[in-house]
Design a protein around this ligand. Structure first.
Ligand code: 13P
Length: 249
């Protein structure tokens, strides 16, 4: 059985004070939610406040990005070891917004993934096609390229520690959720890729989250799909009541 993961990606939202206020309200709403893992990913500057506010709770804190080098002249960057020291347990890598606005390549996503694993953290690796790619019937080619581009360098043991998020770009922040069936088809394809590269046991245990306009009113039908092991939630994770309703689907 794959344990569900419900993760909040706050993107460029919430100061330290807002982070503390969110977690004070959110913690009691999910205190009994033992059916899943809960992860909250604030901006870098709010990580310390989030870790302190989530101490002794069932909420793990994650970062939204990382750099692959361990030290050096890389102005503005943060290492995986720094995130581990700050109390993070997870790191999102390869989000489509990083690929789109910051020109991240599959090769860079792969290096970030390895850095996160070697720091002992759990990466949440994002893949997903654009609307143009879907309309050109290139979805599977894009997913295979992004999945293998990120994961091909891993050993099976390393692979067994990652979480994948399928986030179709056309569903992010648009209110246009993928239908549960369409998401499940993409998840099945990704699991098959995992099977071919890392073998059936690792593929069966891989958790694949869906992301893209997950809301309290559609989470149940998404989670009803056997192939969907959780959600990576943007907009609807910014209010404690809304994200709690998603966690408690
Ligand atoms: P929305 O839930 O706002 O569509 O964002 C999804 C996302 O990008 C999560 O990483």
């Amino acid at each position: 059985m794959r344990r569900p993961v419900l993760a909040a990606n706050w993107k460029l939202h919430k100061t330290q004070a807002e982070t503390r206020a969110f977690l004070e309200k959110f913690k009691p709403l999910v205190a009994q939610s033992s059916h899943c893992e809960i992860v909250v990913c604030p901006p870098f500057t709010s990580l310390g406040a989030a870790v302190a506010a989530a101490r002794d709770s069932n909420i793990a804190i994650g970062a939204q990005d990382v750099f692959w080098e361990k030290k050096g002249a890389y102005t503005g960057e943060v290492t995986a070891a720094m995130l581990a020291e700050a109390g993070c347990q997870h790191v999102i890598v390869g989000h489509s917004e990083r690929r789109q606005y910051f020109h991240e390549t599959d090769g860079e996503v792969s290096r970030k993934l390895l850095a996160v694993l070697s720091a002992g953290l759990t990466p949440i690796v994002c893949v997903g096609e654009t609307l143009q790619e879907r309309e050109a019937k290139a979805t599977e080619a894009v997913l295979a390229r992004q999945f293998l581009g990120a994961c091909n360098a891993l050993t099976t043991t390393q692979f067994s520690r990652i979480i994948v998020a399928y986030e179709p770009v056309w569903a992010i922040g648009t209110g246009q959720t993928a239908t549960p069936e369409l998401a499940a088809t993409a998840h099945r394809f990704l699991r098959q890729q995992a099977d071919e590269r890392f073998g059936a046991p690792a593929a069966q245990e891989l958790r694949i989250l869906y992301g893209g306009s997950v809301k309290p009113d559609n989470v149940k039908s998404l989670m009803a799909q056997r192939e969907i092991d959780g959600g990576l939630v943007g907009g609807a994770s910014l209010e404690p009541e809304s994200f709690a309703a998603i966690v408690n689907f």
